[in-house]
Design a protein around this ligand. Structure first.
Ligand code: ASP
Length: 301
């Protein structure tokens, strides 16, 4: 049976651990064996919002487990002729595909598509609520670096309100027992958070206690309400630059899901410096997505 991946809360603590364990195992598997895992499976990529990393990462992950990808170009499709997304999904389903990888601006769209589609539906980032594979790859990156995350202090800093990465990281890291702090000015802070997650507006007092920091860009395309943002004030209070990084413990590491706005939430020196794990995140993204595809696609055809 194909399985969906809509959000991490539904996957649960045990499901998350299984996928991360499998992602690590796949590293050791001989290529020919790996490419048999989902051999003959056919996936349709529906990226209806811009994406660089996630799209290429899913494409590479599919190749690594032997699945084929058909890339749907929304701008050149019947969506532009007024066809609804549900009719598009039903049409593609009738061609007997095994699954969809969906990126969409609306929070609930992956769940709605999963209700229509018989094949697997994998959320590759939706609205402001969930980016499950980013949560998984961030947790894998931090576990590789810090080991067991129980009791570790991790800050997620910047526009947490509009960030689906923050939403999925909170679930992935809290379930690992980490103490997560969401740090943002009030206008970019989340209105509610799961029990145990701390919220605050001050970054500086936290720095000496942090094991890791995840920096987020300001998601301008998602800011719909009247947010009056003082950009200079944001840079002044939150930008992670060398001097702030110097106030963190020696082993602390820096993550960023990309795309970065250099000079805003992160400085060049930090982004390209020795404590940055940004390229590890990208590498782990392919590993985690290969494990997700294996989990969701239910073996070779
Ligand atoms: N690439 C991530 C996302 O799709 C982060 C971002 O866009 O800021 O949510």
């Amino acid at each position: 049976m194909p399985k969906d991946l809509i959000d991490l809360a539904s996957l649960g603590a045990a499901g998350i651990e299984r996928i991360l364990e499998r992602a690590r195992e796949l590293r050791q598997l001989p290529r020919a064996e790996r490419e048999r895992l989902c051999a003959g499976r056919e996936l349709v990529h529906l990226f209806l919002e811009p994406s660089t990393r996630t799209r290429i990462s899913f494409e590479l992950a599919a190749r690594r487990v032997g699945a084929r990808v058909i890339d749907f170009d929304g701008d050149a499709s019947s969506l532009r002729k007024g066809e609804s997304l549900s009719d598009t999904i039903r049409t593609i389903e009738a061609m007997e595909v095994d699954g969809f990888v969906l990126r969409h601006g609306e929070d609930d769209m992956p769940r709605q598509v999963a209700e229509i589609a018989a094949g697997a539906v994998i959320n590759a980032g939706a609205g402001t609520t969930a980016h499950p594979t980013q949560g998984l790859l961030d947790r894998l990156t931090l576990e590789e670096e810090l080991g067991d995350l129980a009791g570790r202090r991790i800050a997620i800093v910047g526009d947490v309100r509009h960030s689906r990465v923050a939403a999925s990281d909170v679930v992935a890291l809290s379930l690992a027992g980490a103490q997560v702090h969401l740090v943002a000015p009030p206008e970019l802070q989340r209105e509610s958070v799961p029990d145990g997650v701390e919220r605050g507006a001050e970054l500086d007092p936290l720095l000496p206690e942090l094991d890791a920091i995840v920096m987020l860009r300001i998601q301008r395309e998602r800011i719909r309400e009247e947010v009056s943002l003082d950009l200079d004030g944001f840079v002044e209070r939150y930008q992670l630059h060398a001097e702030r990084l110097g106030r963190m413990p020696d082993g602390a590491v820096v993550l960023h899901p990309g795309p970065m706005n250099r000079g805003v939430e992160i400085s060049d020196a930090v982004a390209d410096g020795p404590r940055s794990r940004i390229h590890d995140q990208v590498r782990h993204g392919v590993e985690v997505r290969a494990a997700v595809l294996e989990h969701c696609l239910d073996g070779p055809r």
